[in-house]
Design a protein around this ligand. Structure first.
Ligand SMILES: Nc1ncnc2c1ncn2[C@@H]1O[C@H](COP(=O)(O)OP(=O)(O)OP(=O)(O)O)[C@@H](O)[C@H]1O
Ligand SMILES: [Mg+2]
Length: 328
């Protein structure tokens, strides 16, 4: 039995099982189960004295660990944060999610795809007379040359020049400009989060084409409800023509007031809409916190400046929910 104990200890060295994404964990556990079964049975019939067989089993186990490690390295998820309605916390959610993910040690990149460049401003990126995502989408620059590092996150910034995108980007393949623009640097990151403008324009369509998931922040009000079917129609059309694997990760209610009865009723209606959109309503709702606005005005990190606010507490819970959906 000593030999078996030794084998167990050696094989568990550098074990990737506990750090692998959920779906790979299950695969790895199956492989381990079969190998353990073999080892025990071979020990019983005294075959384990053959050192070559032991070495083969050990190699399979190490190989499966390495392959999981490689899969982890390529575990990039691109998330578009979109809603054609203005002022629903798209930019704030993008910034908060990136800060929280970076804080958890996940390499995260922000992409500002809104000509208003609110995200670039909030994280303190330079935008005046700077090269931006606009130049990369035009094919004039590489993404790595416009990348800026800020205390919140790495960012590909935007500026007002993007506002001409609908008129300017007219050539065939115009839906794929962003996907191509980030293709060179995307392997350096685990998460890329795109802040979309408040429209269903070519910029938003580019973000859907480049993404794995869409996250929809929304207010709990009737006008926001109205906009959902229009958003869903655009998503379905991008799925059909440009990006089959696109999914809606969920709808996140923001600036939420729990004591407000209308908000509670609308929350229930949203539950129904999410079923039609084949997605879910996040359990977490983001509460109102003035500290978020103050932090953005002063270009401070949300996690530092608004650390004790209700909204940041909610954002931390929301990011955990989001990670679960993505790791499923
Ligand atoms: N939970 C919150 N509590 C209080 N204020 C918030 C909250 N979330 C966002 N805000 C504020 O609401 C305003 C609009 O938010 P934000 O810019 O994130 O929305 P948006 O959807 O990106 O807007 P746009 O459609 O113009 O891009 C900002 O001033 C922001 O600071
Ligand atoms: Mg915005």
């Amino acid at each position: 039995m000593k030999l078996y104990n030794f084998f167990e200890k050696t094989a568990n060295l550098g074990d990737a099982k506990f750090s692998a994404p959920k779906k790979y964990k299950k695969q790895l556990e199956k492989i381990y189960f079969i190998l353990d079964f073999l080892v025990i049975n071979m020990y019983n019939i005294r075959m384990l004295h053959n050192i070559r067989i032991l070495r083969i089993i050990l190699n399979i186990r190490i190989f499966s660990n390495i392959s999981i490690f490689i899969k982890r390295c390529t575990f990039l998820k691109i998330i578009a944060i979109a809603n054609q309605k203005g002022g629903v916390s798209k930019t704030t959610t993008t910034q908060a999610a990136a800060e929280i993910l970076n804080g958890k040690g996940k390499r995260t990149l922000l992409v500002d795809l809104d000509p208003q460049s609110n995200l670039s401003f909030a994280v303190g990126a330079k935008i005046e007379n700077e090269l931006t995502i606009y130049n990369v989408m035009r094919g004039e620059e590489k993404a790595e040359n416009i990348l800026q590092k800020t205390p919140s996150s790495d960012i590909l910034p935007a500026n007002i020049l993007l506002s001409g995108a609908d008129i300017e980007f007219t050539a065939t393949g115009r839906e794929y400009l962003l996907k191509e623009a980030i293709s060179d640097i995307k392997q350096k990151y685990e998460y890329i989060i795109i802040d979309c403008p408040p429209s269903l324009s070519i910029l938003t369509i580019n973000s859907f084409t480049a993404s794995d998931y869409i996250l929809v922040p929304s207010l709990a009000d009737v006008f926001s409800l109205q906009g959902m079917s229009q958003l869903n129609t655009t998503v379905q059309s991008v799925k059909r023509y440009c990006n089959q694997s696109l999914k809606i990760a969920g709808i996140l209610l923001t600036k939420f007031t729990q004591r407000n009865i209308i908000s509670q009723n609308i929350k229930e209606t949203f539950d129904g809409i999410t079923q039609q959109m084949n997605t879910k309503l996040f359990n977490t709702c983001i509460r109102n916190s003035i500290a978020l606005q103050e932090a953005q005005l002063q270009q401070k990190s949300l996690l530092e400046y608004a650390a004790n606010s209700n909204a940041m507490e909610d954002y931390i819970n929301f990011v955990s929910e989001l990670e679960e959906i993505i790791n499923e």
